[in-house]
Design a protein around this ligand. Structure first.
Ligand code: ADP
Ligand code: MG
Length: 578
């Protein structure tokens, strides 16, 4: 039996890891890289590509690519991809399928079992959708764990004797999480977690894009609609600029023309750290609130935190690092790679499930990040008013957990009660998120105020089960609320799986060539017209040879293409392709 693999399914990047010979190791993809961009594209041939090749394609053909779909996880929102529409879990399953393939090639055996990480602040729908995505990709998802908890597991793995309070700050592409925890003797106890599932590095890039467009008198939303190619290329420029600012004090952004081309002398806009910091002040304010909440819930003052661990690519931003240093009064820990730590932790969790000897002295307890409860009616001056929220499980309860509360009927001989389940902390249910409902029928006759008991059970995967019954008789009603992704029946899920099976995936052994071709296509759009022709012709030749599939001429054509690129002063490597 092969080991269970750990997967970090990210908004921008995904990666897989496995525990081998007693240590967690990352699994390389078809390009020999650990990070696979969470981008899905459809080639002109109709074949589906995942990863770096799709990310190249996204710049020249945004309409044939989908990215950042993790933001829609758990909803029925459909993302357009060429002439089809897909939900976030379908697109995610394509990414997971490609990671599974990479793992199988790396391990030389079939892979069935996986642990997949989610942002701590993901709700039940989002967790269930993630699990479904794994199943659609042919994986048995043994556990869904929180990303910051996974990061802490790596920390615990390497430093088992530590006795400390930790705070994990995870700012990725699209989500933000804070977790406060305690480690002692190999045991990790999560004390509290908080966050926002709609805040990440992409928002910081967007602020930059919007600011550059604003200087031209353009609104981002409008430009996106009218000049999608220009915005796609500008976004890629701003992304690179944002990354350079992590290293340099100031940098430039090239402004593409209305058609998306750079032209001979593109306009250059200077951006320095101070400007960037000003543009993102509001985003930084949204970062501060969950940190405060997690510390309060975890009953820990900022100065009591021994180590701050940074996770997620966006924690490289100096605005974030400066903020954290000031907030906690000490610089964060730097030795763990913020891109890799979650996947490595998922591999440690996988090893715990496999009862691997390398982790037999480790243990972790996690918490439920939300308050969960039901709708109740309240009496005001003899009048019943419904729409009020009554908590059953409080946020940051250690999981697994189960709690029963007693409620009562409103009317005499009431036959039925509709239990509506919500998540959130607001007093009125309308301000919380509805997770589902459960109907308790055939209640035994009785006066108003007869007892109804409702039990909430929250398991280690973050999946909620609700039970309701009348103690005076009648049967128990039970539901695993999140059995189905919002609005999806079993039939619809089966149909989605069937549709995915119809898709033709581009062979992974040719992905590297495909990526090079798409890279050249992107570069064609950036070159001066007088320089284009040579590269254009060489690319045509390369694509023709690719189609023929003759190894020897292929290698020759590839070398020629790389030579042409370098004669134009273009470097082909990973860092240039973001
Ligand atoms: P996710 O887990 O959501 O996929 P990642 O942890 O991979 O996210 O982080 C991706 C985000 O990190 C992107 O928004 C990217 O712009 C940002 N990022 C990566 N490297 C840097 C850098 N050097 N400076 C600033 N932001 C960066
Ligand atoms: Mg991440």
């Amino acid at each position: 039996m092969t080991a269970t693999i750990g997967i970090d399914l990210g908004t921008t990047h995904s990666l897989a890891a496995v525990l081998r010979d007693g240590v967690p190791e990352l699994i390389p993809n078809a390009h020999g890289e650990f990070l696979t961009p969470s981008v899905v594209g459809v080639l002109a041939s109709g074949e589906v590509v995942v990863g770096a090749a799709a990310r190249e394609l996204r710049v020249t053909h945004p309409e044939r690519c989908a990215s950042c779909f993790k933001r829609h996880m758990g909803s029925d929102h459909q993302v357009r991809l060429a002439d089809q529409r897909h939900t976030a879990h379908e697109l995610s399953s394509m990414v997971l399928r490609s990671l599974k393939q990479d793992a199988e090639r790396h391990l030389g055996a079939e892979v069935h079992d996986a642990v997949i990480t989610v942002p701590a602040y993901f709700n039940d729908h989002q967790r269930q959708a993630t699990k479904l995505a794994g199943e659609m990709a042919g994986l048995n998802v043994r556990r869904i764990i929180n990303e910051p908890s996974a990061a802490a597991l790596v920390y615990g793995f390497h430093d088992r004797d530590a006795e400390k309070h930790l705070c994990v700050i995870d700012l990725g592409g699209g989500t933000f999480d804070v977790t406060v925890m305690e480690v002692f003797e190999g045991t990790l106890e999560i004390r509290a977690t908080a966050g926002e599932s709609m805040l990440g590095g992409e928002d910081f890039t967007d602020r930059l894009v919007a600011a550059v467009l604003n200087r031209e008198g353009l609104q981002l939303e409008y430009a996106e609609l009218k000049q999608p190619l220009r915005v796609a290329r500008l976004r890629s420029e701003c992304e690179q600029a944002k990354r350079r600012l992590a290293r340099d004090e100031s940098t430039h952004v090239r402004l593409p023309g209305g058609d998306g081309a750079f032209g001979e002398k593109p306009k250059r806009v200077r951006i320095d750290r101070a400007t960037f910091s000003r543009l993102t002040t509001q985003l930084m304010e949204r970062i501060a609130a969950p940190i405060g909440r997690a510390l309060r819930d975890g009953e820990c003052a900022p100065e009591e935190i021994d180590d701050v661990i940074l996770v997620g690519g966006s924690t490289r931003m100096t605005v974030l690092r400066d903020f954290v240093t000031e907030y906690f009064g000490k610089p964060p820990i730097m030795q763990l790679n913020p891109d890799e730590v979650v996947a490595l932790g998922a591999a440690v969790q996988a090893a715990l499930l496999d009862e691997n000897a390398a982790v037999e002295d480790m243990m972790m307890t996690d918490v439920c990040p939300f308050t969960l409860g039901v709708e109740v009616a309240k009496e005001f001056g003899g009048q019943m008013a419904d729409g009020f929220f009554h908590p059953v499980l409080h946020r940051n309860s250690t999981i697994p957990t189960s709690r029963e509360e007693v409620f009562s009927t409103v009317r005499a001989n009431q036959q039925q009660v509709e239990v509506r389940v919500f998540q959130g902390d607001a007093r009125r249910v309308a301000d919380n998120v509805e997770l589902g409902r459960l109907t308790v029928a055939n209640l035994p006759p009785g006066p108003a105020g007869s007892e109804i008991r409702i039990r909430f059970t929250y398991d280690v995967n973050g999946i909620l089960e609700v039970e309701a019954y009348a103690p005076s008789g009648g049967r128990k009603f039970r539901t695993v609320l999140t059995n189905n992704v919002k609005g999806l029946s079993r039939d619809e899920i089966d149909q989605a799986v069937a549709r995915l099976q119809q898709l033709k995936f581009y062979p992974s052994e040719d992905l590297e060539a495909q990526r090079l071709a798409r890279f050249c296509e992107r570069m064609l759009g950036e070159l001066h017209p007088s320089q284009r022709e040579h590269l254009d012709r060489t690319l045509d030749m390369f694509e023709e040879v690719m189609a023929r599939g003759d190894r020897e001429t292929f290698n020759e054509a590839r070398t020629t293409l790389l030579m042409v690129l370098s004669s134009l002063g273009i470097e082909y490597d990973e860092s240039s392709s973001e």
